[in-house]
Design a protein around this ligand. Structure first.
Ligand code: GDP
Ligand code: MN
Length: 386
């Protein structure tokens, strides 16, 4: 999985590598914002530091021309709830006067098995729509990781995107730097959106995204340190998942999913989608799922207000089915009333014993994964229809 840097952290990394970024300071209270703005000079942008996209549209970014506006911006953004994240810190930044917003990014194209560099002149807050509705507006250049990005490839992507000649060299150079960072820092995504073009034909990174392959953090000690910082101030559920040591990703839907093994959980996600449901999360409890881990996993999905029903998909290997069944019973017996319907499918080692042990007053037991998922989706739909 990926470790996401905050905007201010990603900007530090980019700036160190030579990408132009606006001067900025982090603040966590109104006074801090005003002091920072005073030092930087008005106008400033006040920007929520939470790891979600679309902060601008969600009210997490405000421009301030003077002290009154800065105070107003700080008061409205600090402490606000932004897509489930509470905003504890803002970045106060020199506002950039721009004539155009570009997009540049590097990610892994899994279909091609190669990293891909992307450039667009339609950067800014609507890039997701552009990607969907007008994919040709994003120029793409695949890179052979053995050779890195050749200078001509950077120039070609910039040219294909139709970037104005006056800034083409600068954009190509930012793109090259971004690729070098992506490669040397074990990035999964590196993105600048918008890369602003100013009236003087300068480019400047007004936003920064850098996601790091978590499995590579051992060789990125500097970034691993940032993770400690990044983790504080994240989504409450994701923090909880860290404490419990689960692989967890919160999604948009209402069907809670618990499984052991990443592949098994992915398959369950796909099936939920197949049966017309929407997954609320990816949650892998890992091997050796003892009662306590099961209880923790249930605590995770039950604490997610979006969840309307839960499916357990457990394949017994080292983890024995009877043990998991006991864990599920124990965890659910603690409730006077089960908060959301739970469906269980057990397979593998001792699955039959497990099925017998499961208390059917507490859970719905299904023999096959298909039936289990279909049932869970139906439960979720019942709730939605009410
Ligand atoms: P995101 O919405 O989370 O991607 O946040 P961004 O940092 O990309 O900001 C969203 C939008 O806010 C940008 O596309 C700009 O239109 C605007 N914005 C951000 N910073 C500045 C700034 O310094 N000056 C001006 N004029 N607009 C800004
Ligand atoms: Mn952005």
């Amino acid at each position: 999985m990926a470790m996401k840097l905050h905007e201010y952290q990603a900007k530090d990394v980019f700036a160190d590598a030579g990408v132009p970024t606006p001067s900025s300071q982090l603040a966590s209270d109104v006074d801090g914002v005003l002091t920072a703005a005073e030092e930087i000079g008005y106008p400033v942008a006040v920007k929520a530091q939470v790891q979600v996209g679309g902060r601008g549209k969600a009210g997490g970014i405000k421009l301030a021309e003077d002290e009154d506006e800065a105070r107003e911006a700080a008061e409205s953004i600090l402490g606000m709830d932004l897509k489930g994240y509470s905003v504890e810190r803002v970045l106060v930044e020199e506002a950039v006067d721009f004539t155009n917003e570009l997009y540049v990014g590097i990610t892994m194209d899994r279909g091609e098995g190669k990293p891909v560099a992307m450039v667009s002149t339609k950067g800014g807050v609507n890039i997701e729509e552009v990607a969907e509705e007008d994919p040709d507006a994003i120029a793409r250049e695949h890179i052979d990781p053995a050779f890195g990005m050749h200078p001509f490839q950077a120039r070609k992507a910039v040219y294909d995107a139709g970037v104005d000649k006056s800034v083409a060299n600068d954009v190509a150079s930012v793109l090259t730097t971004l690729y070098d960072l992506w490669e040397s820092r074990d990035g999964s995504d590196a993105e600048i959106n918008p890369l602003m073009v100013t009236a003087d034909d300068d480019v400047i990174a007004a936003d920064a995204v850098m996601n790091i392959d978590e499995d590579a953090l051992f060789r990125q000690p500097e970034l691993a340190e940032m993770e400690e910082e990044a983790a504080s101030g994240g989504d409450e559920l994701e923090q909880k998942a860290d404490e419990y040591d689960f692989d967890y990703v919160r999604l948009e839907g209402n069907v809670g999913i618990i499984g052991n093994g990443a592949g098994l959980v992915m398959t369950t996600l796909d099936l939920v989608d197949y049966y017309g449901g929407e997954p609320a999360n990816f949650l892998d409890v890992g091997g050796g799922a003892k009662a306590e881990r099961i209880a923790n996993a249930l605590d995770m999905v039950f604490s997610d207000d979006n969840v309307d029903s839960v499916v357990f998909n457990i394949f017994g290997g080292i983890t024995r089915g009877d043990e998991v069944a006991r864990g599920i019973n124990e965890a659910l017996e603690q409730f006077d009333e089960i908060p959301k319907p739970v469906v269980v499918r057990l397979a593998g080692t001792n699955w039959e014993e497990g099925m017998e042990i499961l208390n059917e007053d507490l859970v719905t037991v299904e023999q096959t994964l298909e039936d289990a998922v279909e049932r869970t989706v139906a439960y979720a739909e019942e709730v939605t229809e009410q």
